[in-house]
Every structure is written in C-alpha cells, then in structure tokens.
Write a protein that binds this ligand. Structure first.
Ligand code: PMT
Length: 405
C-alpha cells in the first residue's frame, strides 16, 4: 500500500494505449490511492468512461460542461484535492497543447489550473516521438517541471518498432510511488553490490550461496527514488533491473571486484550488500569433472577472494562505505567486529533466517552512535529507511570533513 492516502487524478488521452489505463487504475487502487479519472474526448473512442467508473468507483469526467458538477468548476475542484495529476497515455497532440499552455477541454484546463505535481506517460508512434516538434514540446515540459516517465522502446500497435511505447502499468505505478519519495540523495552517486557470486569448479559446477539479490535491488531502487544516480554491480540473480538504475552483471567475486574498482571513482556512497564468496577454486577446470569408479572424491583447493569492501574503504579518499553482515548468532558482536576490521562508518546486520531469499527482512544498523533496530518489514521499506540513514551520515560527513569513512 505504497500510495495509501494519496489522491490521484488520472488523465487519459486518445491512443490505443488507453486500454492499459484500465489496469493502471486497478494497480493504483491496489496500492491504496484514490483515483479520479478524467478522459479527453478522443480517449472515449478507445475505452468507454463506464469501464473507468466501474474500476475507480468514482464518477468519470470527460466534459468541461458536465451538469453533474454543481458549481461547474470540475477543472478547479479535481486538481485542488489531488496529490498528483498523472496523464497516461499522453498523446503527442496532448503534449503539444500542454507545451503551448492551451486549455480547450476539461483535461487541459485541469492541467493549467492545477497546484499539484504533473506526471505524463507519453504513448505514440516512434516517428511522432522522434519528430522535432515533439522533442521541442518534451523539452519545454521538462523545463516547466513536468515529470516525463518513459516512453519505452519496443513493438508498437502500428506494427513498427522503436521508442514511443507507453510504459507498462506496473512501471507507471513504480514511477508514481518514486515521485512521492523525499529527494534525500539528489545529485549523489551511489554504487552497490548485490546478489551472490558463483565460483566455478568446472564448466557446470560451482560454489555459490542463497542470496536472491532482493535486499540489494531494493536499496538500488530506494536510492534512485531518493534522487541518486545508481550503479548496481550484480551477481547472478533472476530479478529485473530497477528502472533508472545502471546494472553491471557479473558472475564471480573476481569480476565483481574488477567492476567495483572500475566504477568507484566519483561515487559518494558504496553499499556492499552482495554475499561474496570468501574463497574460490584455485584452478577451475575447462572440462567437466568425470566420476571415476572406485576413485576417491576429488579434492578442490581453494584460494581467498579479494575483500572488495575492505579495499574500497582503504582508498585514500573513499566514498561513504556501508557494509552488510548476515549472521546466524551474536549479530551485534560479529557485525561490530566486521565494522571495525573493515574501518567503515556503518554496517547493517541481519540474521540469516531473516535476510536470505524472502521479501521481508529485519535489520540492525551499527554506526558510531550505536545500534538502530528496524523491525520486520518489506525489503523496500527497510531500504528507504537505510537510504535516509545514509543521507544523514553523508550530511554529517560534509559538516566534519576530517571524519573517517
Ligand atoms: O539477497 P537477499 O536474498 O535479499 O539476502 C540479502 C543478504 C542476507 C545477502 C544481505 O542482507 C547481506 O547480509 N549481505 C552480506 C552477507 C555477508 O554476511 O557478507 P560477509 O560477512 O561475507 O561480508 C561482510 C561485508 O563485506 C559485506 O558487506 C560483503 O558484501 C562484503 N564483502 C565480503 C567478502 C568479500 N570478498 N568482499 C566484500 O565486499
């Protein structure tokens, strides 16, 4: 329920993607938002207002002169009560009208009369999107403070392929949720590792662990929502990359080490969430190990992997380093000892049975001030708390430039 208590006016303009707005209404409501739908006249040719009235449970407005509004001020009343005005799909024609400040129907009038943030999800043919007029209009809207979300690249209803596809309803909901997050890391760059590593024994076997990547990916998403430019170095997981995050996919600890060293310059924060294998087979084999009858099981010689976090923290001018510790017992003792040995300002402790694999976790943050326990919650909620804590530490560090970490 990440939009609980939020009132959203959803504007729908004329385009085939209007059919996806039905699913969008459903998902926004599922997240706790109340949704008021306003349609352009063109949109009603694709989907009827009845569909949206049934889904939103509220009157749908299409006309400035709607006699159901006693004071004839739907354009003022609807926007005054809204926390955000979201237009999806937003057609090329509609965006052109907005850029020019036109107000010739209910939806454009509503936009002009609003005092809440405006998000638009463009949807159009790829040549319309690439047309210089649309490019100009989008630039004007961005400079006016409008959030332009998407479009995506892909197959289009006209049979062509390219940029101009409306984002999927789930992605629009994620962007809407992100829009309400405080911009605590605006202008900052954050690098993080997530997931397990896989250390090859032979072409089909290896040493790995049960990290799903969910905790790290939630932190990547939360940091991006908070305005950071995020680079995610990820071990092998089956999660989609959070929108707006740059992902570098790696397999082994050595690859993760090389990727982090290659990216770390100019980052303000480094968060090591990955469950990196401490050891790897000394000589991974090119051919599959065969089971020989009556022979003793093969011995696998292991060598130590580089300590990525330890190395980054030891740089002459390190970013603010945040480590993780997953323990099966004595969480405070072991987490604090890792914090001291790696000389980092913050370590995040979690118990193995809480942290690995699931959607929820329980965290304890250990820093110079002591312990801060965060109760069981979805990983995205915990990630947002952690991001706020990191932002506070960054601010403190800026005030005391001589401090460590
Ligand atoms: O991915 P999920 O299923 O959501 O699970 C999340 C998690 C439980 C894996 C995560 O929350 C977590 O605790 N990650 C750290 C696991 C751990 O205990 O790491 P460690 O004790 O081996 O290492 C301590 C710290 O040093 C970690 O920040 C680790 O990323 C880092 N490290 C460790 C070894 C190494 N060679 N290089 C490192 O950078």
């Amino acid at each position: 329920m990440e939009l609980a208590g939020k009132r959203i006016v959803l504007g729908i303009t004329g385009g085939i993607a209007a059919y996806k707005a039905a699913e969008l209404v459903r998902l926004l409501i599922k997240e706790g938002a109340s949704v008021h739908v306003v349609m352009s006249e063109a949109a009603t040719h694709f989907v009827t207002p009845v569909t949206f009235q049934a889904l939103s449970g509220k009157l749908v407005f299409t006309d400035q002169w709607d006699p159901r509004v006693a004071n004839n001020m739907a354009h003022i009343d609807l926007s005054r009560e809204a926390d955000a005005l979201l237009v999806a799909p937003a057609s090329a024609d509609f965006l052109a009208k907005l850029a020019g400040g036109l107000a010739d129907d209910l939806l454009t009038t509503l936009v002009l009369a609003r005092d809440c943030p405006l998000l638009v999800a463009p949807a159009m043919n790829r040549q319309m999107w690439e047309n210089p007029a649309t490019r100009r209009n989008i630039a004007v809207l961005r400079s006016d403070g409008v959030s332009v979300i998407g479009p995506a690249c892909g197959d289009q209803a006209c049979g062509e392929t390219g940029p101009g596809r409306m984002l999927e309803p789930e992605e629009i909901v994620d962007e809407t949720i992100a829009h309400f997050q405080p911009q605590l890391l605006a202008g900052k760059r954050l690098l993080l590792t997530a997931g397990p590593t896989f250390e090859a024994i032979d072409p089909v076997r290896g040493i790995t662990n049960l990290s799903s990547g969910k905790m790290g990916y939630a932190i990547a998403r939360a940091a991006r929502e908070a305005g950071a430019q995020v680079t995610l170095v990820s071990g092998p997981v089956s999660l989609p990359c959070p929108r707006g995050v740059t992902r570098i996919s790696v397999t082994s600890a050595l690859q993760m080490h090389a990727a982090v060293l290659g990216q770390v310059a100019d980052n303000d924060v480094f968060v090591a969430v990955a469950a990196v294998a401490d050891y790897r087979p000394a000589e991974p084999l090119d051919q599959k190990i065969k089971k020989a009858a009556q022979a003793a099981p093969p011995a696998i010689e292991l060598v130590q992997n580089p300590d990525i976090l330890g190395e980054i923290a030891a740089l002459p001018a390190p970013p603010l380093c945040v480590g993780f510790a997953a323990e099966s017992e004595k969480l405070a003792e072991y987490a604090e000892s890792k914090r001291r040995s790696k000389k980092i300002p913050l370590i995040v402790g979690n118990l193995i049975h809480d942290g690995f694999g699931g959607d929820d976790n329980r965290l304890v943050l250990f820093d110079d001030e002591g312990q801060h326990a965060l109760p069981v919650a979805p990983k995205i909620d915990l990630a947002r708390h952690l991001v706020a804590h990191i932002a506070a530490l960054l601010e403190k560090r800026q005030c005391t430039p001589a401090s460590t970490g």
